[in-house]
Write a protein that binds this ligand. Sequence first.
Ligand code: GLU
Length: 267
Amino acid sequence: MSAHERARISRARRIVVKVGSSSITGDRVDQIGPLVETLAATHGRGVEVVLVSSGAVPSGMRHLGLEEKQVDLATQQAAASVGQNVLAAIYRETLGRHDIFAGQVLLTEGDLLDEPHRSNTRRTINRLLDLRTLPIVNENDTVATHGLRFGDNDRLAAMLSVLIRADLLLLLSDIDALYTKPPHLPGAVRIEDIGWDQPLDGMEFGKSESGVGTGGADTKVTAARLAAAAGTAVLVTATPLAADALRGEHVGTWFEPSPQAPGRILL
Ligand code: GLU
């Protein structure tokens, strides 16, 4: 099904793009520019685009001169406050060059799970999209309490995609696709497509090894399956391949959306 299915990406009218911390901070901060170009071009075609951007904690750590992951939770949460502001300034500047306003949306888990927060979150994001802004979402790391944290933005992005009924969720990280086992191991084979009801027995999805973000292949698979079960197609690929992915080229790992999800216009 793959080539045929991928070509349908160009029909998506509402897309959530999630980019991981390790793709846009530190040595890879230069990837933000090309990513924003891609998002702006997609937005320019009339598509509704929401960006879920990680990176607040590592960016704040770097600006404050702190060693990553070696500080207590309160310091990480304080660093997120600084880093979020840095990220917002970068997105404001880079999207502004394309005459696109960025809207900032910081969420805790309850904002996606509990009423009336859930309905209100959906309504505000819908309105931001109606206003042709590009909402930029992250977990509200500064106030999220330990037990309430999403834990990873892959899951946040999947839950958000379901809430706003996105046609496509694009999960971007450092790895070009998912593999049958961690890609550095012998015999690892790229997975091109995963059917909505396909069992994943025998596949081994590892945790993050970059030490920067919190998500790995395992969190991507869990998040992708959550979204696909609700009728949102998912593509997992590397940040530099975002433009190719959105052109429907044969990159990454495609999760077929469930045809059984009620009331969806399936890609
Ligand atoms: N919300 C965290 C941040 O902005 C990232 C969580 C994740 O890595 O998924 O740093």
